[in-house]
Design a protein around this ligand. Structure first.
Ligand code: TRP
Length: 336
């Protein structure tokens, strides 16, 4: 039986952190066994926000790919490719842009939130809102449909983008004939990971993240600064583990002493410094296999190149087939 195609994308804007890992990418490692898996490094989409910082995007592409390989994305199972190497995606974006109104894009809840954030940062004039930014959901619909992605493993925040893609597909098919596959979001019950500061979300820009690529020193510093129960002042004060980020990460890593940690904390038999030191040990243990793999790929950059070139070539073949079908349906296949 043919495996179903899943496709997901990730913007290269920084290293993966624990939030990405436990909230999404750990799951991709499992999915690659069951599905025909495509993972797109969405550099063109990253440029919609970072067009004036190309060096950053370029550097982040490598870092991200190494992160993905280090957590166990297997190039023999999943096709890992870079968006800009597939011009067919850009071409599809142009064709799809007729099928969506500006008003509809402005109503897209994800875009709406992002516009609001941009206006807060850059002022109300709306001058920070480029044509490329407003159109990125159209480009994302091209990402998905170029590979006939059926299932799209994403977080809740991406649902409006998948819905937008579905609308474009339906419109395309109704005007030009059945050509494209309507994708479905593939939501898994993954947690949203809290930050070191207790914020509901771990985020790069929030400065509260532990990155998979952090050095031992960084890990130590970050964990020592994590928020604990602020009512615990003395070492033998009784505390509430449920408001402590150190306990939260002990739980996240499935610490074998979890019950003891919880009990001792509640009974005032455990100091926060000792508890943090234990977490540092566990975190380094958890990151060890990832760090080792990272080292291997960092020392073998030509291997990373090879993986990407092969992924790009494989992805391009699929997208070329789709664009042929699309142009035929749109009657712009003049010389076939
Ligand atoms: N918009 C997604 C994000 O910011 C990244 C992305 C790009 C994506 N292309 C995609 C996700 C295609 C799913 C499918 O995280």
């Amino acid at each position: 039986m043919e495996k179903e195609t899943i496709l997901t994308g990730i913007r290269p804007t920084g290293h993966l952190h624990l939030g990405h890992y436990f909230g999404a990418s750990q799951n991709w490692v499992k999915l690659q066994d069951k599905f025909d898996t495509y993972i797109e490094v969405a550099d063109v989409q990253a440029l919609t926000d970072n067009f004036n910082n190309p060096e950053k995007v370029r550097k982040c592409v490598r870092e991200l790919v190494i992160d993905l390989l280090s957590i166990g994305i297997d190039p023999n199972k999943a096709t890992l490719f870079i968006q800009s190497t597939i011009p067919e995606i850009a071409e599809l974006t142009v064709y799809y842009s007729n099928l969506v109104t500006i008003a509809r894009l402005e109503r897209n809840p994800t875009v709406k939130t992002e516009i609001k954030q941009k206006k807060e940062l850059f002022g109300e004039s709306g001058e920070s809102i480029t044509y490329g930014f407003l159109g990125y959901p159209v480009s994302q619909a091209a990402d998905i449909t170029a590979f006939k992605g059926k299932l799209i493993p994403v977080g809740e925040d991406q649902l409006p983008l998948i819905e937008q893609c579905r609308e474009i597909v339906r419109k395309f098919n109704s005007i030009y004939g059945e050509t494209l596959i309507e994708p479905k979001p593939y939501l898994s019950k993954l947690p949203r990971i809290k930050g070191l500061d207790g914020n509901e979300k771990m985020g790069k820009s929030l400065g509260n993240a532990i990155f998979l690529a952090d050095s031992e020193e960084e890990i130590k510093k970050k964990i020592m600064s994590a928020i604990t129960d602020k009512n615990k002042i003395k070492i033998d004060d009784k505390a509430n583990p449920d408001v402590c980020m150190v306990y939260y990460y002990h739980k996240l890593l499935n610490s074998k002493n979890l019950n003891t940690i919880c009990e001792e904390c509640k009974e005032g038999k455990r100091g926060c410094v000792a508890c943090k030191k234990e977490l540092i040990k566990e975190m380094l243990e958890f990151l060890k296999p990832i760090t080792e793999k990272r080292k291997y790929y960092e020392e073998n950059p030509e291997l990373v190149d090879k993986i990407l070139k092969e992924g790009n070539a494989k992805a391009k073949k699929v997208a070329e087939k789709t664009i042929k079908e699309v142009k035929k349906s749109m009657k712009i296949n003049y010389f076939d």
